[in-house]
Write a protein that binds this ligand. Structure first.
Ligand SMILES: [Zn+2]
Length: 74
């Protein structure tokens, strides 16, 4: 396993430290479907990068699908 592969699926480093709003220059893509369905609070959400949307969406750690475009590859 190399660093590049893992960085595609894992949340970016800022996701734990930053409150749920967009870092500068990135779009806010909303909340993942699973987190919406479960009504998970902000404190349990992780930021996920979507390279297709060039933005960040928030969802459960194990969620992989961008709520804006359906991209699962980060
Ligand atoms: Zn997307």
């Amino acid at each position: 396993m190399n660093q590049d592969d893992s960085s595609r699926v894992l949340p970016f480093p800022w996701s734990r430290a930053a409150p749920p709003h967009s870092p500068a220059g990135a779009k806010d893509l909303g909340i993942g479907r699973m987190a919406q369905r479960l009504g998970v609070g902000d404190t349990h959400l992780n930021g996920h990068w979507c390279s297709r949307c060039q933005g960040i969406w928030y969802g459960l750690m194990l969620e992989t699908e961008c709520p804006a475009c359906g991209n699962r590859r980060g």
